[in-house]
Design a protein around this ligand. Structure first.
Ligand code: UDX
Ligand code: ADP
Length: 460
């Protein structure tokens, strides 16, 4: 079949894989190829067990793979063959040198830019899809124009706003698609090309354009605002625990104000995921760079409250269980940073598990999708850890259940059955406020939610 357009995506991760699968699904006359430096990733995308779990992803990959969606290892050849290149390589927080623990490590990005320059045999549109610090496009342009190539490289910013667990529906019905470009003749031409692509399934009014720097900054700011809401309600949960107020009732009353809205007001153990912390720290670094100290410290506190929430949660477990966890068996229900994903990047479960192990607790970790990642995250940490997928088997013989991920299945567990199999007095620490606390209390559990009064059978 002759394809109308040939599109390449460099980086076959959580962003590149699903977003390209959606383009292939919506544009059967376009050929989409995804490459990665990690050959195992490509093999996994070509196998029956995809490298990431995302509801609905497998179905659209099955419909498109081998028809107009291809996963390939030959980066050099694919750069030569394609004229539109999305870049979605990862940009982790830097762990060394200047900006360590704050700014993004752009080495993968720079390598990609150099590869594009080296192997190109025609002009290209290069689209930043990964979340990047503001002005990365400028660095990309500098590299792409460094060799006095006869080809034109037009850099666009098209940040991805999808969330994990709902990636497919977010990609299919995005609140908005943002395209940042230069307002030059070539910039506008490239922008029009990308608008044409998204118009295949996104209503025109939801496709918005801006200059490149606004586009890059908007992505950081959107994530910072979302994270700020989570930290705001979590800070109030601490106050609720002191005053016998109930954080869910407060969130409901506050969120019904249309100006505030009810989303992202769920108190819990804090936010995880690959984006929120990284993006806020990028924002903080940028503010410091421009000597905006007050702005930097305002946003930095969103991350600080998130850490505080996790510290508080662990210390609550320790104190409620009579000040010692040594030798006690604790069943961790959920290790993923949120429900419906196997992703554990920056998951609060990592910190909380480490702290519980430091108290010499024995952990039995259960999760429907994230056990492989959990084992990698906790490898090298001293202490006794078992991984058991079945929550009933995991809980049997334990002193406490600690709910760390809002998996729907945990709401529906048979807590009578679990209670019978546990050591008494049995505890539940519901880090996501998802189960029926009163019911569990009536079964016999001592129940400790977040931001609500504890339900305990102890008289003192
Ligand atoms: C986020 C953004 O939502 C998305 O737009 C961006 O493209 C990538 O980063 P993601 O990290 O996949 O998406 O998950 P999200 O649903 O935003 O949740 C982030 C974290 O906040 C999770 O750990 C979640 O459990 C937590 N959270 C969210 C809360 O604790 N309370 C809430 O009310 C909402
Ligand atoms: P994200 O959540 O941003 O998608 P991931 O870590 O899931 O991040 O995916 C990024 C992918 O980019 C990884 O599979 C990694 O192997 C790949 N990658 C990194 N650098 C390069 C490169 N220079 N060329 C091709 N792929 C790369």
């Amino acid at each position: 079949m002759k394809f109308k357009k040939k599109i390449l995506c460099i980086g076959a991760g959580y962003v590149g894989g699903p977003s390209m699968a959606m383009i292939a699904y919506k544009c059967p006359d376009y050929r989409i190829t995804v490459v990665d430096i990690n050959p195992d990733r490509i093999d996994a995308w070509n196998s029956s067990e995809l490298p990431i779990y995302e509801p609905g992803l497998e179905q659209i990959v099955k419909k498109t793979r081998g028809k107009n969606l291809f996963f390939d290892k030959d980066i050099e050849n694919q750069i030569k063959e394609n004229d539109i290149i999305f870049v979605s390589v990862h940009t982790p927080t830097k762990t060394y040198g200047t900006g360590a623990d704050m700014t993004a490590d752009l080495q993968y990005w720079e390598k990609t830019a150099r590869q594009i320059l080296k192997y190109s045999r025609s002009s290209k549109i290069v689209i930043e899809k990964s979340t990047l610090p503001v002005k990365t496009a400028l660095a990309m342009e500098k590299i792409l124009s460094s060799a006095k190539s006869k080809f034109n490289f037009e850099v666009l910013s098209n940040p991805e706003f999808m969330a994990e667990g709902t990636a497919i529906s977010d990609l299919e019905n995005p609140d908005r698609v943002l395209i940042g470009s230069h307002e030059t003749k070539n910039g506008l031409k490239a922008r029009a090309e990308l608008i044409k692509l998204y118009s295949r399934w996104v209503p025109k009014e939801n496709i918005i354009t801006s200059n490149i720097w606004s586009s890059e900054l908007s992505k950081l700011v959107a994530n910072a605002f979302l994270a700020q809401r989570v930290s705001s309600i979590n800070s109030i949960s601490a106050l609720c625990e002191k005053t016998d107020a109930d954080v869910s009732e407060v969130a409901k009353a506050v969120g019904m104000d249309k100006r505030i809205g009810d989303k992202f007001l769920k108190a819990g153990i804090g936010f995880g995921g690959s984006c929120f912390k990284k993006d806020i720290l990028n924002l903080v670094y940028l503010c410091r760079f421009y000597d905006l100290k007050e702005v930097a410290s305002y946003w930095e506190n969103v991350v600080r409250i998130n850490e505080y929430q996790q510290e508080r949660f662990v210390s609550n477990i320790l104190h409620s269980m009579f000040g010692t966890l040594a030798g006690k068996k604790i069943c961790i229900l959920g290790f993923a940073f949120k429900a419906d994903t196997g992703d554990t990047r920056e998951s609060p479960a990592i910190y909380i598990s480490q702290k519980l192990l430091m108290e010499h607790a024995e952990l039995i970790i259960s999760d429907p999708k994230a056990l492989k990642n959990a084992a990698v995250d906790l490898s090298g940490i001293k202490g006794k850890v078992k991984y058991i997928e079945d929550p009933y088997q995991a809980a049997a013989g334990c002193h406490a259940l600690v709910i760390l991920t809002d998996w729907d299945t945990y709401r529906k567990l048979d807590f009578h059955k679990i209670y019978k199999s546990m050591v008494k007095p049995a505890f539940i620490f519901d880090g996501r406020n998802i189960i029926d606390h009163k019911k569990c209390f009536s079964i016999g559990f001592n129940v400790y939610p977040v931001g609500k009064p504890a339900l305990s059978h102890f008289k003192v």
